[in-house]
Design a binder for this molecule. Structure first.
Ligand SMILES: NC(=O)c1ccc[n+]([C@@H]2O[C@H](COP(=O)([O-])OP(=O)(O)OC[C@H]3O[C@@H](n4cnc5c(N)ncnc54)[C@H](O)[C@@H]3O)[C@@H](O)[C@H]2O)c1
Length: 389
C-alpha cells in the first residue's frame, strides 16, 4: 500500500489540523473565562450514568458531546435512551483522539479512575471523577499536581457539602450553637451492589463506595482528621454478581473508623455491604438519621443519608422536643457534582466541592486499611482549608 501523500495534500491537511488545534485551544482558553457552554465527555455508561446524564442535561451550560465505554454497546444504548447528539467511543484513547471536549466525567469501575483521569489531564481536559479519584493517596496527589501544572481543574465525588442540610449543620457548628463538640457518628450500609464485581475486588470495598460519604461529611463539618484507627473485615467472602457470576470478595465489606479531628473531637464511621436496610440501594424515604453530632449545648441528627437528606433535628432544650430544620432539598441532588463543577468552569466561580478535601478522604480510606492490617494508629499527612465555607 502506498502511504505517501502529495505536497499539496500535506499542506491542506496540515492547515486543517492546525486550524482545528487552534480552535480547540481557543475554546479551552475561553473555557476558563468566556464560553457559555462546556463540552463534556462521559466515560463509563453503566448504572450511575442514568443519574449523571439526565442531571447534566438539565444545565444550559453543559453539552454532552461524547460517550465512551469498553462495553461499547452501552454508549449506543445511552445515546438513544437520552437522545444525545454525542460521538461514541470504545476506549479512552479513541475518546481523546476524537471529537474535542473540555471536561471528562469519569464514572467507570473504581479501579480504572486513576489511569483514566491521568490520561485525560495529560490530554488537557478538566476532570470530574466519581470516588475514588485514584487508587492510592499518592496517585491522587500526583493527579492534582499534574492538573495544577497544566492549569486544569480536577474534582472528586461526593457532592455532600452541596446540600442545604450540610450548610445548616456547618453554620450551627461555626456559630458555636452546639457548644463544645465532643463526638460524632456516621453510618451507611446496605446489602451491597448486585450488578458489578469491581465493588468487591481489590481497590473496591465499602469504604470508597459507601463510607466515603460519611467521611467527607464529618471531616467537612469537624475539620481535617489528624489520625485514624480502624478495623475492617470481610463478612461475606463470596458474592454473586450480574457481570461475573460468583466472585471472591477481596476488599473490606465492613469497616469501623475512629477519627481524631483535634481539640478532643472524635468521630466514628461505620459502613458495609451486609447491613440490612429496607430502603435498599436507592435509599428513598429513609427517616432514620445517618449522621449525629454531639456538643455540650446541643446535638444534631441528619435525617436520611448525607447524600440524600430530608432535614436536621436539633436537640438543645431540657423542656422542648427536638425541632426539625431544613426539610427541603433546595434542588440539591447527590448526582449534581459534575454539573456544578462544569458550571463553575463556565462561570469562572469556585464550587463548594474541594479537591484537597476529596484527597484527604482518600488518604483516610487508605490509612484505615493500613491501621486495620497493622493494628495501630496512623497519622495523616493531608489537610484542606477548613471551614470549607
Ligand atoms: N450505581 C450507583 O448508584 C452509584 C452511585 C454513586 C456513585 N457510583 C460510582 O460510580 C462509579 C460507577 O459505578 P456504576 O454503578 O455505574 O458501575 P457499572 O458497573 O454499572 O458501570 C461502570 C461502567 O464503566 C465501564 N468501564 C470500566 N472500565 C472502563 C474503562 N477503562 N474505560 C471505559 N469504560 C469502562 C464498564 O464497562 C461499565 O459500563 C463507581 O465509582 C461507583 O462507586 C455509583
Amino acid at each position: 500500500m502506498d502511504n505517501s501523500i502529495s505536497r499539496k495534500d500535506f499542506i491542506r491537511y496540515s492547515a486543517a489540523t492546525s486550524a482545528a488545534m487552534l480552535l480547540n485551544a481557543l475554546h479551552s482558553y475561553a473555557g476558563e473565562y468566556q464560553i457559555n457552554k462546556i463540552r463534556v465527555a462521559i466515560i463509563g455508561c453503566g448504572s450511575v450514568s442514568n443519574r449523571y446524564i439526565p442531571h447534566l442535561q438539565t444545565s444550559p451550560k453543559v453539552e454532552i458531546v461524547a460517550l465512551c465505554d469498553i462495553k461499547y454497546e452501552r454508549t449506543l444504548e445511552q445515546k438513544k435512551q437520552y437522545n444525545l447528539n454525542a460521538s461514541t467511543y470504545k476506549n479512552i484513547d479513541e475518546l481523546l483522539a476524537g471529537v474535542p471536549f473540555d471536561m471528562m466525567v469519569t464514572i467507570t469501575d473504581m479501579q480504572a479512575h486513576g489511569d483514566l483521569n491521568k490520561k485525560a489531564l495529560l490530554a488537557g481536559k478538566h476532570v470530574w471523577s466519581e470516588k475514588p479519584m485514584a487508587n492510592t493517596y499518592a496517585e491522587g496527589n500526583a493527579l492534582l499536581e499534574l492538573a495544577k501544572s497544566k492549569n486544569l481543574k480536577l474534582w472528586g465525588a461526593p457532592a455532600v457539602v452541596n446540600s442545604p442540610q450540610f450548610a445548616f449543620m456547618n453554620k450551627m457548628i461555626q456559630e458555636g450553637k452546639l457548644g463544645r463538640i465532643a463526638s460524632a457518628h456516621g453510618q451507611y450500609g446496605h446489602t451491597g451492589p448486585t450488578w458489578s464485581a469491581f465493588f468487591y475486588e481489590k481497590g473496591g470495598g465499602s469504604m470508597p463506595d459507601l463510607g466515603v460519604y460519611n467521611i467527607a461529611t464529618l471531616t467537612a463539618l469537624l475539620g481535617p482528621a489528624k489520625s485514624i484507627m480502624a478495623m475492617t473485615s470481610i463478612v461475606n467472602p463470596i458474592r454473586v454478581v450480574d457481570d461475573k457470576g460468583t466472585v471472591k470478595v477481596e476488599a473490606e465489606d465492613n469497616a469501623h473508623l475512629l477519627l481524631d479531628h483535634g481539640k478532643g473531637i472524635i468521630s466514628h464511621v461505620m459502613c458495609g455491604f451486609n447491613y440490612f436496610d429496607p430502603h435498599g440501594h436507592e435509599a428513598k424515604g429513609q427517616q432514620l438519621h445517618s449522621i449525629q453530632i454531639f456538643g455540650d449545648k446541643a446535638n444534631m441528627r441528619l435525617i436520611g443519608y448525607d447524600w440524600e437528606t430530608y432535614g436536621v433535628y436539633v436537640d438543645d432544650s431540657w423542656e422542648k422536643p427536638a425541632a426539625l430544620y431544613e426539610s427541603e432539598t433546595g434542588g440539591y441532588q447527590w448526582q449534581e457534582g459534575a454539573t456544578k463543577v462544569a458550571e463553575s468552569i463556565v462561570g469562572n466561580t469556585t464550587p463548594k466541592i474541594n479537591v484537597e478535601h476529596a484527597l484527604h478522604v482518600l488518604e483516610i480510606i487508605e490509612s484505615a486499611r493500613k491501621s486495620s492490617a497493622e493494628g495501630k494508629k496512623i497519622y495523616l499527612t493531608s489537610s484542606f482549608k477548613w471551614p470549607l465555607f
